[in-house]
Design a protein around this ligand. Sequence first.
Ligand code: RTP
Ligand code: MG
Length: 141
Amino acid sequence: MANQRTLSIIKPDAVAKNVIGEIYSRFEQAGLKVVAAKMLHLSKEQAEGFYAEHKERGFFGELVGFMTSGPVMVQVLEGDDAIAKNRELMGATNPKEAAPGTIRADFAQSIDANAVHGSDSPESAEREVAYFFSSDEICPR
Ligand code: RTP
Ligand code: MG
């Protein structure tokens, strides 16, 4: 299995619930390593640019409003098959449909306040990692 990097965000609802550490534990227990991390309060422009692929969707305004509502924790995860592994740990977008034991099933409230983001393909992972981190901010180990 290929070693990969993926971009993960702990969203404002989960930061407010004080479960950053619990979510990091899930990454670590699954064999994913945090190789870069920062806490940010996203501006409207940063959130709009990050989610640009969704700008024509009806929920875009709500998504940007939610993502700018409080601080987020942004990290690069590295490991075997990291992109799919992180998506598996996260669970379905709508927490009501997320499998038991996933991050969204355990910590999310709604399809908007759904605790975490994870890149969904190698192309989006590359774009999203570069959106938040310069190469000298990433520490492979
Ligand atoms: P994310 O990008 O945040 O990791 O979530 P995802 O891949 O599971 O879902 P995506 O389709 O990329 O949608 C991005 C975020 O937009 C909100 N959303 N709302 N009301 C709706 O139908 C709807 N669909 C998506 C969610 O908060 C989702 O995480
Ligand atoms: Mg997505």
